[in-house]
Ligand binder design. Sequence first.
Ligand SMILES: [Zn+2]
Length: 109
Amino acid sequence: MNEPPPAELGLTIEELQRIIAETYGAKDAARGDVATFTWFIEEVGELATALREDDHEALAAEMADVLAWLVSLANIRGVELAAAVRRKYGHSCPGCQSVPCQCDPTLKP
Ligand SMILES: [Zn+2]
């Protein structure tokens, strides 16, 4: 079993996507995008439950699960997630091109 990278080094989205591919790539490919999306949504539901409880560690674990399943979906569909996030959110709000966002809060609170 590989040790996780030291926490002080952080973890880039590229590294996470590679780790998930190495760890789950074969299973993810066999399962396919629709079934993986279903698991992703199940984890989103578990995150909703964790948000209503007072357990920070459980909340963090559910967020990790949601992110991991999203990365699996990206791997299956060949999406470079870091590049996609950088393109869309790397500079400013994609709606108003401002930092901080100046979008009308009545449209997207
Ligand atoms: Zn905005």
